[in-house]
Design a protein around this ligand. Structure first.
Ligand code: HEM
Length: 497
């Protein structure tokens, strides 16, 4: 009997020891991946590698990648390897290499490498996430959605929405305005109208469903963080577990709204100038299911309202802090609009060169998507080295790192639109300003995003003088969001011009 118990204890002891040895071996092997390949690396720590996600004082993904960029740059490397938990990621530092990877050698880096799950979470299978041939075919089909002709048709809807925002600011003169909330309502109205043909009027009905959904999607939460952690770091397991990145009610809301609108339009022969109409028109040739259509419209919704409202928030914040820049911009706006009967027209937007500089500088300091991701789809030898990037390896390009690099932008914390004058732009490498990414997988909604952001900024600056108030806190990035966003509300004061 005694011998039997001893044997059992021995077995348990051996089992635990063997498991520990296997785990140590696994991490040792995993964390030596870059060293074996002769790639410079930052020493990883067990068990989170080079990340500190899930820890209380964690960084946002944008800030984390910038740290990697800064470290490899400081050591004089063109690239370096890190471990996101256990997944090896190659951080590219040299803009010439970035240019090859995003452009000339794109065929080796077609995928973004994000988690999506067609079966269990159909809304996640959108253009931003999907891979390979599926991505290529869909990108070709969706490209005509964003031509300048289509944008021109949506321009008037945007003007209607921005007038509602002007009225709302008029009612809050002299008060501390939560500018992010104000701009979030504006872009929600725009995307509601331009994607779904639905008038949301978030200014009149701030709790309307669209605005509520917008808040819900970007609200951080523990369960959401766990799902995102699994999806990003253990995608195969996440796929097997059927992990959904979206709450059930959000998915249902978008699926129902698309199904109902498509049905209504088909039955009543209604046509509108919106994204959904373009998808309906494509339905015959593209064979879209309602689920696939809902996924794309859902993506337009999330990509369309949050990126632009964040960019405008940061832009107006810097304009409030820099009254000289604000004054110069206002002068340009008034001068150009004088030619157009004091009204914003589609053509007038392209004549405002200083506005473009102001917005470029805003996107430099605050790129809404601070990281660009690619996954190697075909083995690739990094130019002028013998390092082979293996198929399946993830690549990280830190737009924020490049944008805040003092070699390209001296005194990077200083807001200075002169950096984007024609001659200053020409003097820089083109791949050190990447707010919309680059190459065949760049932002498909660039024109739309620029148009709505410019309309928003013009309307505010033309009509109001903006200033900071004692409530305006210095911007600190939120560690819990994928897009770059301010941790605190951004309060500004508006007065009549
Ligand atoms: C200021 C506004 C915006 C910014 C800064 C922005 C930025 C970006 C960036 C950096 C990427 C990744 C590019 C790359 O990997 O090379 C991207 C992709 C994308 N964006 Fe935007 N975006 C904006 C507005 C919009 C809007 C308004 C829409 C749609 C209505 C949109 C739809 C998309 C889509 C569908 C992709 C994925 C493209 C693909 O993988 O083929 N974006 N965006």
């Amino acid at each position: 009997m005694g011998l039997f118990i001893e044997d059992t204890w021995m077995e348990i002891f051996l089992l635990i020891t063997t498991s520990i040895v296997i785990v140590i071996n696994y991490f040792h092997k995993t964390y030596n991946y870059w060293t074996r390949k002769g790639v410079p690396t930052i020493r990883p720590k067990f068990p989170l590698g080079n990340t500190n996600i899930l820890l209380p004082r964690s960084f946002s993904v944008g800030t984390l990648s910038k740290r990697f960029y800064d470290e490899f740059k400081r050591q004089g490397h063109r690239f370096g390897g890190v471990y996101l938990v256990t997944a090896p990621n190659l951080v590219i530092v040299d803009p010439e290499l970035i240019k090859d990877i995003m452009g000339k050698d794109f065929q080796h880096f077609v995928d973004r490498g994000f988690y999506y799950n067609k079966e269990d979470d159909p809304l996640s299978a959108h253009l931003f996430a999907i891979d390979g041939l599926d991505w290529k075919n869909l990108r070709v089909k969706l490209t005509p959605t964003f031509t300048s002709g289509k944008m021109k048709k949506m321009f008037h809807s945007m003007i209607e929405c921005v007038n509602n925002m002007k009225e709302a600011i008029d009612k809050s003169l002299g008060e501390d305005i939560d500018i992010k909330e104000m701009l979030g309502r504006f872009t929600t109205d725009v995307i509601g109208c331009c994607a779904f043909g639905i008038e949301c009027n978030s200014f009149k009905y701030p709790d309307a469903e669209f605005r509520a959904m917008g808040h819900k999607i970007f609200q951080p939460g523990l369960l959401k963080s766990i799902r995102a952690f699994l999806a990003m770091n253990l995608p195969k397991l996440a796929l097997r577990l059927g992990v959904k990145t979206l709450n059930e009610d959000i998915a249902k809301f978008f699926k129902d709204i698309v199904a109902d609108t498509v049905k209504l339009r088909q039955e009543k022969n209604i046509r509108r100038n919106d994204f959904l109409q373009i998808l309906i028109d494509l339905q015959d040739s593209a064979n879209f299911t309602i689920g696939e259509m809902a996924a794309q419209v859902f993506l337009f919704f999330i990509a369309g309202f949050e990126t632009s409202s964040t960019a405008m928030t940061f832009g107006l914040y810097e304009l409030a802090r820099n009254p000289d820049v604000q004054k110069k911009l206002r002068e340009e706006i008034c001068q150009v609009l004088e030619k157009y009967d004091n009204k914003i027209t589609y053509e007038s937007l392209n004549e405002m060169k200083y506005l473009e500089q102001v917005f470029d500088e805003t996107l430099r300091m605050y790129p809404p998507l601070p990281n660009l991701n690619r996954r190697c789809t075909k083995n690739y030898t990094l130019p002028d080295t013998n390092v082979v990037v293996e198929e399946g390896t993830s690549l990280l390009i830190s737009a924020l790192g490049l944008h805040m690099d003092p070699e390209y932008y001296p005194e990077p914390e200083k807001f200075d639109p002169e950096r984007f004058s024609e001659e200053n732009k020409k003097a820089r490498h083109p791949f050190v300003h990447l707010p919309f990414g680059d190459g065949p997988r760049n932002c498909i909604g660039l024109r739309f995003g620029l148009m709505q952001s410019k309309i928003g900024i013009i309307t505010v600056i033309k009509n109001f003088h903006l200033s900071v108030s004692p409530l305006t806190k210095p911007v600190e990035f939120n560690p819990r969001t994928f897009l770059l966003s301010s941790k605190n509300n951004v309060y500004l004061k508006a007065e009549n011009e």
